[in-house]
Design a protein around this ligand. Structure first.
Ligand code: GAP
Length: 434
């Protein structure tokens, strides 16, 4: 059964994963801030993506391009002309909806009125602002709605400087902005979010094969990080769903509490973008194959994931409750690579002689992992808190420690406990943690 939505939102806000943005001013709808635990989880998700997509691959390099680019980029890419959603307004309650997301296009889901919608109009999804001191039509710029275009416009720079031959990929993680009509479901759909995208350039005749390859590789990434296979599926887009640049797309979907929804899109973007930028800029962006003595536009396979959305899915997927000795325990069974805190160090009581040992121990572990030194509340409550935030190991310093220089290590999922000498603790944990 998928986890209950309210429970996850409650956990996320109560434990400091995610806060409503501008909360002290009443909150800004559809923007969120990541708290001390959320920022670690989000960083770990991005780190794992980068490791699998860039670090471990000979054929992929990374970039970090500007959020604000020449407005011509968005003309060439087709976003200025066609990056919009069909918007309708209910003439009775004045709520606005995306026409393509309505269950019944003739009935308002808010007030129930029939045939009360205005004619659909295209709602521009890009955020506009002005560059420079004067706000005029000439200096309109956009906040990027996808990180991908920063990669396409640097194709030749990267190919030349990284000395890459086809097939090769360029990866990027960064913020994107979309003025969504219907943001919602917590951090699932927001107006400011983070993406993890990779453009894989290949010979046109090899594109189908690489498309299949990336479908499988991306699905395996989620599974390898512990996402439940039952909650993950690949769904092909129907022809009328395809983006303007795509000849074929699959979504990696997750079974969210409200049903199946998109985590990542994997698209065959063909040579649409490179050709469009070559035409708009006047630069020759064709690839030269010296062995075959031919010049052509490569095709592009694009796995495009949401970092914030994926982080949310990992949080939901890891959440479990179970009964232990008659009590309900909530535990986040996050893969240790994703867990925000790897080890909690807990003195059994607030006695100064225990705290000085546990603090010293925590300090000795900090260069290796994210550590929490927690001296508040009863030991039982502290264990429960660490379970609920997904900490794989708790190390407890008790009064015997003062004599035998040993500590108790408790593993999160099995709750099994080992007594370990302090001078062997780092190697014990290193055998079990990333
Ligand atoms: N470059 C292709 C592209 O941007 P997309 O399917 O529109 O494709 C890719 O976006 C991923 O970015 C989505 O699968 C989703 O995970 C994430 N994403 C898109 N819009 C989002 C939003 N408003 N809030 C959070 N994540 C979003």
């Amino acid at each position: 059964m998928p986890a209950d939505f309210d429970t996850i939102v409650n956990l996320a806000t109560k434990r400091g994963f995610v806060f409503q943005s501008s909360e002290i001013y009443g909150g800004l709808r559809s923007a969120y801030d990541y708290g001390p635990l959320g920022v670690e989880l989000l960083r770990n998700v991005k780190e794992q993506w980068w490791r699998s997509m860039v670090q471990l691959r000979e054929d992929v390099v990374g970039v970090d391009t500007a959020v604000i680019q020449s407005p011509l980029v968005w003309v060439a890419s087709g976003h200025v002309a066609s990056f919009s959603d069909p918007l309708v307004e209910c003439k009775v309650c004045h709520n606005r909806f995306r026409l393509d997301k309505l269950e019944d296009p003739n009935r308002c889901p808010e007030c129930g009125s029939s045939d009360s919608f205005t004619e659909p109009r295209a709602f521009e999804l890009m955020f506009k602002t002005h560059m420079g001191p004067v706000a005029s039509e000439e200096n309109i710029v956009y906040l990027r709605p996808e990180t991908a275009q920063g990669i396409f416009i640097n194709f030749e720079n990267v190919r030349r400087t990284a000395r890459k031959k086809l097939p090769f990929g360029i990866a990027q993680i960064g913020k994107s902005f979309r003025n969504e009509i219907t943001p919602g479901q917590f951090v699932f759909r927001t107006r400011e979010f983070e993406q993890m995208e990779m453009e894989y350039f290949c010979r046109p005749e090899d594109a189908d094969e690489w498309f299949q390859y990336w479908l499988e590789a991306r699905r395996d990434w989620y599974l390898d990080l512990g996402m439940s296979e039952d909650n993950l599926r690949l769904r092909p887009h129907a022809t009328d769903e395809l983006s303007h640049y795509s000849s074929g797309t699959y979504d990696v979907e997750y079974l969210f509490p409200w049903g199946w929804d998109e985590l990542e899109g994997i698209a065959n973007r063909t040579d649409f973008d490179l050709k469009a930028h070559a035409e708009m800029s006047g630069q020759d962006l064709r690839y030269f194959d010296a062995e075959r003595n031919e010049r052509f536009y490569p095709y592009v396979i694009e796995p495009a994931a949401g970092a914030t959305r994926t982080t949310f899915a990992f949080l939901i997927d890891a959440y479990h409750t179970e009964t232990v000795r008659g009590e309900t325990r909530a535990v986040l069974r996050l893969d240790a690579r994703l867990a925000p805190i790897k080890v909690a160090v807990l003195p059994l009581s607030k006695k100064e002689e225990l705290i000085s040992v546990s603090r010293e121990l925590a300090d000795s572990l900090r260069p290796h992992w994210m550590i929490e030194h927690d001296i508040t509340q009863s030991i039982g409550r502290r264990y429960r808190r660490q379970d609920e935030i997904g900490t794989p190991y708790c190390v407890t310093v008790d009064f015997d420690t003062l004599d035998d220089r040993q500590v108790t290590v408790r593993e999160r999922d099995s709750m099994a406990q080992d007594r370990i000498p302090i001078d062997r603790l780092i190697s014990y944990l290193a055998d079990r943690l990333p």
